[in-house]
Design a protein around this ligand. Structure first.
Ligand SMILES: [Zn+2]
Ligand SMILES: [Zn+2]
Length: 344
């Protein structure tokens, strides 16, 4: 009889089922990965919560593991290598894929890793993937941290969209895991980083991530405060990593001439904000967004983690065994947690 492996499927609102699938050996450019860790991202939380009704769904796109077997055409990986998975599929044929913006591919996130179930499927004992979806990680990096390559890569993409220059005043609004990564990355880019948060505990995390100045937005008006800190100019760059329309509006208000604003969060619901267009016009402001990571951003994130230039250790709230997956999801949807990592 064929060997089987387990895969977790979100079958309905707050319902998780475990299915058994037959284990196949890799062919050609395929790689069989024995999954070690998979983090619970907001996409999976929204589907579990019922905010996005996409059932059945094999969630889990922030996975890491070790190479178990490789197909005959695989050149870059060998058995035993530690890897992180980039599950954002891109067709390679569309306008955006061909112009170097594969994160904007017209068919992105249509992965079907486990036969007959849609979704990236990282909450599984094994994943059979094409070698190009895998990024080799350092042997001495914990696989728990390697699972955070994807969220870090998304932040690398955002940082790259902001063109930070040495000595720039960079504001990060919100110190969730994404805000925390933005702080560390902006410091690596040579910025003075100002973190805005309403939660004191998260401001302490911001400090540990390297933020130079902390603003508790409940106690002080951040727009006024940033004006004072910048001789009245406003920030050079603002990253809005918290999904509140008021904060998006504030991001624009606190940005100075020739400044850049990056809308990092996705908004649900997507309520519009008022925009003073003349401020954008006369100040030559650049308001942009950032979503997902290109292969290049992913490679950068894999290197930053492998070389220990980014420390994700404070951003893992709890490591939960696969057998307690429902508990892991309950923990992940608690807004107070950073990442919950599921161990296979
Ligand atoms: Zn993610
Ligand atoms: Zn494409």
């Amino acid at each position: 009889m064929d060997k089987t492996y387990k895969v977790a499927i979100i079958s309905n609102e707050k319902k998780i089922e475990i299915a058994a699938k037959s284990l196949k050996q890799p062919e050609g450019s395929q790689v069989l990965v024995k999954v070690d860790s998979c983090a619970i991202c907001t996409l999976e939380q929204r589907i579990f919560n019922g905010i996005m009704k996409r059932y059945p769904f094999a969630g889990g796109h922030e996975a890491s593991g070790t190479v178990e077997a490789v197909g005959c055409n695989v050149k870059s990986l060998k058995v035993g290598d530690k890897v992180a998975t980039r599950m954002l599929t891109s067709c390679g044929e569309c306008y955006y894929c061909r112009s170097g913006h594969e994160n904007q591919c017209v068919i992105s996130f249509k992965a079907e890793v486990h036969e007959g179930i849609s979704g990236p499927g990282g909450f599984a004992e094994y994943m059979l993937l094409d070698a190009k979806a895998l990024y080799k990680m350092a042997d001495d990096l914990e696989l728990t941290y390697a699972a955070l390559t994807e969220p870090l890569a998304c932040c690398v993409h955002s940082i790259n969209n902001a063109n930070i220059e040495l000595g720039n005043d960079v504001v990060v609004i919100g110190v969730g895991i994404m805000g925390a990564f933005h702080i560390q990355l902006a410091k690596l880019r040579g910025a003075r980083v100002i973190a805005c948060e309403v939660d004191e505990e998260r401001l302490i995390i911001a400090k540990k991530m390297g933020a130079d100045i902390l603003i508790n937005s409940k106690e002080a008006d951040p727009i006024q405060k940033i004006r004072e800190l910048t001789e009245g100019r406003g920030a050079d760059v603002v990253f809005c990593t918290a999904a509140l329309p008021q904060l998006a509006a504030d991001s624009v208000q606190m940005t100075g001439k020739v400044g850049r604003v990056v809308m990092y969060s996705s908004f649900h619901p997507d309520n519009p904000i008022e925009l003073n267009v003349n401020k954008v016009h006369s100040n030559e402001m650049n308001i942009t967004g950032a979503v997902n990571a290109n292969t290049r951003d992913f490679l950068t994130a894999a290197k930053l983690l492998s070389q220990k230039m980014i420390d994700p250790s404070l951003l893992v709230s709890e490591v939960v065994p696969f057998g307690k997956l429902e508990y892991a999801f309950q923990r992940a949807i608690d807004p107070k947690t950073y990442r919950i990592i599921v161990k296979m």
